[in-house]
Design a protein around this ligand. Sequence first.
Ligand code: ADP
Ligand code: ZN
Length: 726
Amino acid sequence: MNEDSLKSRAVPVLVPMPAERPYSYLVPEHMSVQPGSIVRVPLGPREVAGIVWDTAVDQVDPRKLRPISQVFDCPLIDAKTRRFVDWVASYTLSPPGMVARMLLRAPEAFDPQPWTEALKRTERLPDRMTAARERVLEMAADGLAWTRSGLAHAAGVSSTVVEGLKAQGVFETVMVPPRPVVAEPDPSYGRAELTGDQAAAAETLREQAEGGIFGVTLIDGVTGSGKTEVYFEAVAAAIKRGHQVLILLPEIALTQAFLDRFHDRFGTKPAEWHSDLPPRMREKVWRQVAEGTVRVVAGARSALFLPFNDLGLIVVDEEHDPAYKQEDRVFYNARDMAVVRAHIGGFPVVLASATPSVESRVNAEQGRYARAVLPGRFADAALPHLATIDMRRAPPARGGFLSPVLLAKMRETLERKEQSLLFLNRRGYAPLTLCRVCGHRFGCPVCSSWLVEHRFRGQLVCHHCGHTEKRPEACPECGTLDHLVACGPGVERIAEEVVAHFPDARTIVLSSDMLGGVKRLRLELEAISKGEADIVIGTQLVAKGHNFPNMTLVGVVDADLGLANGDPRAAERTFQLLSQVTGRAGRTGKKSLGLLQTFQPDHPVMRAIVSGDSEAFYDREITEREKAHLPPFGRLAGIIVSAATRPEAESHARGLRKAAPDSRDIHVLGPAEAPLALLNGRHRFRLLVQGEKRSDMQAYIKALLAAGPKIRGSVRVQVDIDPQSF
Ligand code: ADP
Ligand code: ZN
């Protein structure tokens, strides 16, 4: 803070609101604050918590300013974290206040947690020794502080015995800080003997972690190759150097198995951070992360905004996972922002995946990231044998969706008392349209995307450019009439079919809309692991990370489904998802099989999965992206306009399009209906901004928004830099 601001005693405070800049507040006479202090300030009729910021204070008459009402007794938000907030705000074009809001999500934690009373042994001896007293003294001989009841319980005596000793001065009262949520991890606790490939990969990571400088390493290894084991080495190295570590995981449901795994390696669990954490626990974790008591956090994407003061490593597991993208308020990709946080902090990042994102692959190929490859499963556990089922040749029985080939394999699996998984990814997209006779799918004439059927309007629509056509009666490819079918079944319909075929099998259905919360999901997953189900039918919830020892058959009901969601990234996503799903089979070395039901067995994705040749697939994908100037070879952003009514949203979106400034390296497409045209009762349109790699998208979009129509009525405009689907 400079001299002037000290004199005027006014400071900028960033409040957790959609504020473009910090507001100025007066510092009362007796109060002392500095950048990073968490303070309580009046805002309109209420009070909120904010952070004292680094920017200059606005030139305002100090008499008009309101005073800070309280400084919390809380560790400072350090300079690196503050820079990170500013960086995320300017990159995502979000108000810095909204980014700060993500950082301040544990309000009770700003006040210190109360210390508790405990007893500690003094030099004094009791006037008279009894057997009970002797036991108490034995327990307390370690010199540690005990709670009264804890000591009595441990010694197996009543608390009056302890009380009596205290009255004689044998114990004194001390105040002890709140208990850490997790114990100190031990970097050498359960270290595994690494294989040659693993050791080489671990060496790459360890060098970086020990060097303590910024760098990104991509661990690229098939499911079960030991990626986790390898990045644990980097975690151990960072802990040894006394740093904090953040491990990001895409799915909370996965965390349980992961926590146990971590415990085996480090002798304690990491602290957890996700939206299902009870509020009291959130506060404790937040506080202890700020204080440095918590050394390792395993968390969902929001853990990236915890107040670490000494972060030395971030691991992003399953780095390709779409769950890292937040598309609400502040639109950000936690994988990318993790790299930013590490860059600002000057420490390494590890990205791990069996199916890296095209972006990370390209970064590795171009030398920006180091790459460590693990080519085979640990202990030579065989990957499942993979094959396609051509649904044109082996169609299901009338009204069904499971081909006879798959049903026969399911029967064999049941007879061997092993488990099957049927996977069907039904996301909330409108159905696609295909010709049952020739397999033709409707694509956009001007984009590399599929047309999505809008049934009520009887139209086929491109979500990329807005192209619309009437749904025809006949297939334009083979001319057959009335054989166009819309979409496949959902998991429940598959379950019905399974029960009809296998009435005695124990069947479990898992999909996000049927969940009785995370608890139920965890129980179900555990039950499946223990072999308490014969056939599991699930959406992508079951695809990730789980280890089901007895699962030897994976059937993908509609392997084509993800290819038809109107998005050029569809091939990459489908490849990733199918690899992951089929990777659930044969984790413990039993012979296993993965079957993909498809209408297009020759599609490059199916060929890549069946042949196991992912290199060829990536090469092709990367070449196509480069040709089309799509990320990572070009830049993209979405501008989403939403409103209570369709005309309002559409007219505002058109107004923005008209206002788009001319530019040589950036152009604007649309507006078209957004991929989710109606969301929470709001109608959404989207403009796509496409630019050359070196273009300044943020500056361009700011100018566009400034030149566009005034925001009126129910209209809201949201910028999505690096959108997931495009
Ligand atoms: P990935 O993260 O690549 O899927 P994991 O790290 O989960 O792979 O390893 C797969 C399985 O193999 C796990 O059960 C793990 O404990 C075991 N494993 C991997 N590497 C080793 C090793 N070097 N020593 C002992 N067990 C290992
Ligand atoms: Zn189009």
